[in-house]
Design a protein around this ligand. Structure first.
Ligand SMILES: *[C@@H]1O[C@H](CO)[C@@H](O)[C@H](O)[C@H]1NC(C)=O
Ligand SMILES: *[C@@H]1O[C@H](CO)[C@@H](O)[C@H](O)[C@H]1NC(C)=O
Ligand SMILES: *[C@@H]1O[C@H](CO)[C@@H](O)[C@H](O)[C@H]1NC(C)=O
Ligand SMILES: *[C@@H]1O[C@H](CO)[C@@H](O)[C@H](O)[C@H]1NC(C)=O
Ligand SMILES: *[C@@H]1O[C@H](CO)[C@@H](O)[C@H](O)[C@H]1NC(C)=O
Ligand SMILES: *[C@@H]1O[C@H](CO)[C@@H](O)[C@H](O)[C@H]1NC(C)=O
Ligand SMILES: *[C@@H]1O[C@H](CO)[C@@H](O)[C@H](O)[C@H]1NC(C)=O
Ligand SMILES: *[C@@H]1O[C@H](CO)[C@@H](O)[C@H](O)[C@H]1NC(C)=O
Length: 806
């Protein structure tokens, strides 16, 4: 009985005990494998894995954390940050130049090394130690992350390897440096450096980006042979001490008590060394955000950086002006635009072709001056005159094709040449800057020389195997391929800029009701297109065309507005300007300027034949509009549907391209309809039906066809009678061109016949445009130059190089 009892009670006890043991074991395993968040010190063998923002090790009081921070969609940064400040301010990072992917691991190996490996095990960073044998790693309350040996001495500390920030209690020793990051949110090394040199001088340098060598010193303490350490003490003062430990000079200092404020000093991406404070708790009344203190180094970076080479604080052809907190702001002078609107320090380009300095070829009538005060580019002089009046100075610059800007002061006149460097705005500078710009009415094509060729061809693998299948299957495949390509390429032509406009330009947002009233209940129909119906309307006394988008892609209201804001940013005299939009429920409408002379289709193929000089104007206008869409606006746009119906004419018969930027709104079945139309009309480039790259050259092809139609006032594709095969204009024109009988196609068009040389040149340009091989077709810039006679037109290849009917 007793034995049974005993064994019974033992059994009772054993089970929970075993369970407990198991649990403990599991817990231990969990701790050791440490995939979960670690809030204690790192010990040998433990690691952190990059997964979300929650894999970190916090300091005992929780002020700082060490671990992974996700940076945009680029990956993870191994970093130290203020852990109680909502905007996760990074003060140190290990891998700003190469972010790591999810699953990467930072670990303290069993043999005492501390390293960061990517998911495949490749080493991305390692703490460089004098000796191995790290026993543990700890995040301290000061923001210092330390690797300690078995006897608790620090073998490595983040305070000795700063990135761009220093914290109270941190010391910069000789040869320590801070390197600015590339931008506010990009932790790659940037363009500036603060270094306490081994010679004792504390210096701010520009860096030969993207190399890391220093270039030009723009601030220094001049403490050669005496500077020893930069100290950021607990009360928030930053100062340089000498070898004798006595203070040599103040670097930055502030009066905010460290007990109530977090603080840091950072060499920011703009090259300025600033100190920031953030209240620790909401009670203080100060805003719960980082605010810069009022001392900065240097005081004026715009003027402090003035090297004989290099662009200065901002990029070439721009100028620098100081904003709040000594922040440099880069601006383009009038007649210039940013090379890259996302990166303003890259500089500006001229909006026009620079003058050609061939003998006698510069045209003084083309240019004018914009007058600015307080702006100068002190290092770009190449000529100087004295005892001049402002008018003499203007004239001297106007007549000199090298001269981009003239600076005038008290009878002194300096000529400056491109690229302009070290540009700055200084209110104390009383010089007058005369900036050479192109006159508004100039007929010269726009777009600077240095403009990058944005023709990015994108490979498409439509992969339809046309051989050996039935006709029906082929047709279906063709349609599917075209649809696919259309959707793919017309949706996102090149870069989409970040949303910032909408407010800038006068784009109005209308309610559906307002547009219903403006169009008198959608009564007066102007036409129907691939995108829906267009109605005439009146808005504040101005005539408008209201386009009701039908059968549009349903999803993404925000996308609609983004696209609309992209369209509104394209602004050129040969494009129909978008004035407003309506995005309400299922209603999507666009409001455009009203074009009093209708479309080119009615104008050209109507009852009376337009004059040759009018047609030339339309040809040039259309070419310039397309050139703008392809190469000059910030968002490269492939129109995808250039045809006379989409070229409208305003009061003065100026060609205005419409429906650009809309191809991306089309639904699948809509594109199919469009393809059908194009197929019969023959404005479509052959590559739509092939497995080759689709580029802006599809528009060049369509332009070539329209060009022929404009030259001869005939439709490209005309069925004269049911039983006859259709006449293809391109084919006919090629035949006549070869035989030297282009006049046969001109039906007594006297004006054109008298201008035969130009007409023949235009015909040759058209043949270049409709080459089967997109690479053979010129870009719109070259087309425009050829049309304007700026460059010669060579003989086009023979007719076998282009397919004449689809
Ligand atoms: C991590 O934080 C960053 C910046 O605060 C944020 O952009 C990102 O979405 C966060 N990631 C996750 C997974 O929460
Ligand atoms: C940061 O900027 C550098 C230099 O332009 C660039 O190479 C890098 O891709 C950028 N990184 C991120 C995450 O955007
Ligand atoms: C954690 O780090 C602190 C600071 O160095 C140290 O005092 C403490 O002993 C460490 N704890 C463990 C468990 O290693
Ligand atoms: C602690 O250990 C390191 C090597 O790990 C050694 O260089 C140092 O002298 C030791 N310090 C003390 C106080 O023992
Ligand atoms: C590591 O080596 C450097 C010189 O190479 C020396 O200045 C420093 O004191 C060493 N640190 C430790 C912890 O031994
Ligand atoms: C930069 O500006 C400071 C004044 O803020 C001036 O003392 C210093 O000499 C300037 N440095 C250079 C290199 O021009
Ligand atoms: C920090 O430095 C300033 C200026 O040298 C000094 O007035 C202050 O007492 C120092 N604070 C501490 C805690 O040492
Ligand atoms: C452009 O304007 C100038 C005056 O500013 C005038 O002399 C010139 O004839 C105009 N050119 C054209 C093509 O209208």
């Amino acid at each position: 009985m007793a034995t049974t009892l005993a064994s019974h009670s033992l059994g009772h006890c054993l089970l929970p005990l075993l369970l407990l043991l198991l649990l403990l074991l599991l817990l231990l395993l969990l701790l050791v494998s440490s995939d979960a968040q670690i809030s204690r010190n790192f010990t040998s063998g433990s690691s952190l894995i990059a997964r979300d923002n929650n894999s970190f090790l916090a300091s005992p009081n929780g002020d700082f954390a060490f671990g992974f921070q996700q940076v945009g969609s680029g990956g993870f940064l191994l970093a130290i940050w203020f852990n109680k400040v909502p905007e996760r301010t990074v003060v140190w990072s290990a891998n700003g130049d190469s972010l790591v992917q999810t699953g990467s691991r930072v670990q303290l190996t069993t043999d005492g090394e501390f390293m960061l490996n990517d998911p495949k095990g490749k080493q991305m960073w390692k703490a460089d130690l004098n000796s191995t044998g790290v026993a543990y790693a700890a995040m301290l309350d000061t923001g210092n992350f330390v690797l300690a040996g078995h006897n608790s001495t620090y073998l490595w500390q983040s305070f000795n390897h700063p990135t761009d920030t220093i914290l109270p209690t941190q010391i910069l020793n000789q040869d320590s440096k801070l390197v600015a990051r590339f931008s506010e949110v990009n932790y790659s090394s940037g363009r500036f450096m603060l270094i306490l040199q081994t010679d004792g001088n504390l210096v701010l340098y520009t860096i030969d980006f993207p190399m890391d060598s220093n270039n030009y010193a723009y601030w220094a303490t001049a403490t050669v042979l005496s500077g020893f350490q930069v100290i950021y003490n607990e009360s928030g003062d930053i100062y340089l001490i000498g070898n004798n430990r006595i203070k040599l000079s103040d670097v930055l200092s502030n009066k905010k008590p460290t007990g109530e404020f977090y603080q840091r000093a950072i060499l920011e991406y703009d090259g300025v060394f600033r100190q920031y404070v953030h209240p620790k708790s909401a009670g203080s009344g100060a805003p719960m955000a980082w605010s810069p203190l009022s001392a900065f180094i240097p005081e004026n970076i715009c003027t402090n950086i003035t090297a004989s080479t290099g662009s200065g604080a901002c990029g070439f052809n721009s100028y620098c002006t100081l904003g709040d907190h000594q922040r440099p702001i880069c601006k383009c002078p009038p007649g210039y635009t940013f090379l890259d609107p996302h990166n303003e320090v890259k500089g500006c380009r001229q909006d026009f072709y620079p003058e050609i300095c061939d003998e006698g070829s510069h045209e003084t009538g083309r240019f004018d001056f914009e007058r600015m005060t307080n702006v100068d580019w002190p290092t770009s002089d190449y000529d100087r005159f004295q005892l001049f009046t402002e008018d003499d100075c203007r004239k001297a610059c106007l007549e000199d094709c090298f001269c981009a800007v003239a600076i005038f002061r008290d009878g002194d006149c300096w000529k400056k040449k491109i690229p302009l460097s070290n540009g700055r705005f200084e209110s104390t500078n009383d010089r007058i800057a005369l900036i050479k710009v192109e006159k508004k009415n100039s007929s010269f094509p726009h777009g600077g020389e240095g403009f990058k060729d944005k023709h990015e061809s994108i490979l498409i693998l439509a992969g339809s195997v046309l051989l050996g299948s039935s006709v029906l299957l082929n047709v279906l495949l063709l349609l599917a391929t075209a649809t696919f390509i259309l959707r793919l390429y017309c949706r996102k032509p090149a870069i989409i800029e970040s949303q910032q406009v909408m407010v800038g330009r006068n784009l109005q947002s209308f309610t559906y009701h307002e547009l219903e009233e403006a169009t008198n209940g959608f009564k007066d129909e102007l036409g129907k297109g691939a995108f829906g119906t267009v109605y005439k309307g009146s808005c504040n006394g101005n005539l408008v065309a209201v386009k009701k988008l039908e059968r549009m892609v349903k999803e993404g209201e925000r996308e609609f507005e983004t696209e609309v804001s992209a369209i509104v940013r394209t602004n050129h005299k040969n494009l129909v300007q978008l004035l407003g939009f309506c995005n309400e429920g299922l209603h999507r409408l666009l409001v455009y300027e009203f074009m009093s002379n209708g479309s080119l289709a009615t104008f050209l193929f109507g009852s009376s034949r337009p004059k040759w000089h009018q047609r030339i104007q339309i040809i040039l206008g259309t070419a310039k509009g397309l050139l703008y869409l392809h190469e000059e606006c910030s968002i490269q746009t492939i129109h995808c549907d250039i045809k006379p119906q989409n070229i409208l004419l305003d009061d003065s018969l100026t060609a205005r391209i419409s429906d650009f930027g809309l191809a991306k709104f089309l639904k699948t079945d809509q594109t199919r309809t469009m393809t059908g139309i194009r197929g019969t009309k023959g404005y479509v480039a052959p590559e739509w039906f092939k497995t080759v790259p689709i580029t802006v050259k599809v528009d060049v092809y369509s332009f070539g066809i329209v060009l022929l139609e404009l030259i001869f006032c005939r439709k490209n594709f005309e069925v004269e009678a049911e039983d006859k095969s259709p006449v293809v204009l391109a084919e006919l024109a090629y035949y006549c061109y070869k035989e030297g009988k282009l006049d046969m196609l001109l039906d007594n068009d006297e004006e054109a016949l008298e201008d035969m040389e130009r007409l023949e040149k235009f015909v040759m340009i058209a043949f270049w445009c409709i080459q089967d091989d997109p690479h053979q077709r010129p870009g719109m810039k070259k087309v425009t130059q050829m049309l304007e006679g700026a460059i010669e037109v060579s003989s086009p290849p023979d007719s076998s190089s282009f397919t004449l009917s689809v």
